[in-house]
Design a protein around this ligand. Structure first.
Ligand code: SF4
Length: 311
């Protein structure tokens, strides 16, 4: 269940400034599954910091932009983003089950981009380009779509013979596991010819729970390869012990750490930025303390580059 900001205020015994939700222009949104993982009375809780509108978001910064990774320059048709060779991204939904304050698409014009009537054009473009072997469902969050509509879309992708892999980028299984799809999606996955990859998004070990563990085992059994991407966030996970614990906990739930992203420089998120020198020191400490398969790749997305840039 989604919870309004006013209720969070009472439940977490915090003195919150509710007017900032309106002033920032980016609505507060979180599911009770996520909120119950926050420590009451702790204004520095690492999960709370990811969702709470604060006045720092209103401070302008010349290097923080509306479209920091150049999505709109790689947008051949509404709903499609094509940046890298062999794969492209289909935006399946304008909604998410959480509003992350650092989101690189917090200013994205979803209204102009995502409409089911655009999908047919997008699917035709994929069918016409036999260099595309992987389709990535993104958004927003594809799991915020009605499950029937999402599976219908996936089945259309599967009918394109040169597509071999379906990848789903989703934060729902982490932030709202009790509402993540388990019906038709699993039925489809168990019988599909496609390779299936699910990249979840988890930034802090406290986001993982018994609920996420149970859900991940269900997805794994249905044939999904499970990976995680995190964003390096000041005051949330910029600590080597936290990141090491995150890797161990992800692995215990069957998920491999994939990327640790340097923050995309989106307007309103400058207070989350960790400098590159600190990020590299964190990476080195992780390499010294974890087996290689638990060290995520530290990367930055640079608009116009043909791949993510390692740091
Ligand atoms: S779930 Fe992803 S797309 Fe949605 S608000 Fe968070 S970072 Fe942005």
């Amino acid at each position: 269940m989604m919870q309004p900001l006013a209720q969070l205020h009472k439940q977490l015994e915090l003195n919150l400034d509710e007017s900032l939700e309106r002033e920032t222009g980016f609505r507060f949104k979180a599911h009770t599954d996520f909120i119950e993982r926050i420590e009451p009375g702790n204004p520095d809780d690492p999960l709370l910091k990811q969702i709470l509108p604060i006045k720092e978001e209103l401070r302008p910064h010349p290097d923080f932009k509306l479209d920091p990774v150049g999505d709109l320059n790689a947008n051949p048709t509404p709903s499609l983003i094509h940046k890298y060779h062999g794969r492209l991204l289909l935006m399946a939904s304008p909604k998410c089950d959480i509003h992350c304050r650092y989101c690189f698409r917090r200013h994205f014009p979803y209204g102009e981009q995502i409409n089911q009537r655009h999908w047919e054009t997008a699917l035709q473009q994929i069918a016409d380009d036999n260099t595309i072997h992987e389709v990535i469902l993104s958004g927003g969050d594809p799991f915020s779509l009605a499950e029937n509509a999402m599976v219908t879309l996936i089945e259309k992708i599967e009918r394109i013979a040169h597509v071999r892999t379906l990848r789903i980028h989703t934060r729902t299984p982490i932030v709202a596991p009790s509402k993540a799809p388990r019906g038709k999606l699993l039925e489809w996955a168990e019988n599909s010819r496609l390779q299936k990859v699910m990249v979840v998004h988890c930034n802090h070990p406290n986001e993982l729970s018994d609920k996420t563990a149970e859900l991940m085992s269900v997805y794994r059994l249905a044939g999904f390869h499970l990976l995680n991407q995190s964003v390096l966030l000041k005051g949330v996970n910029d600590c080597s012990e936290t990141l090491a614990e995150l890797s161990h906990k992800l692995f215990s739930q069957g998920i491999l750490p994939y990327y640790l992203h340097q923050l995309d420089r989106v307007q309103g998120a400058a207070h989350f930025e960790v400098d590159d020198a600190t990020a590299q020191t964190l990476k080195k400490t992780l390499m010294e303390s974890l087996p290689g398969y638990l060290v995520p790749k530290l990367v930055r997305e640079i608009a116009g580059q043909p791949h993510k840039t390692p740091l």
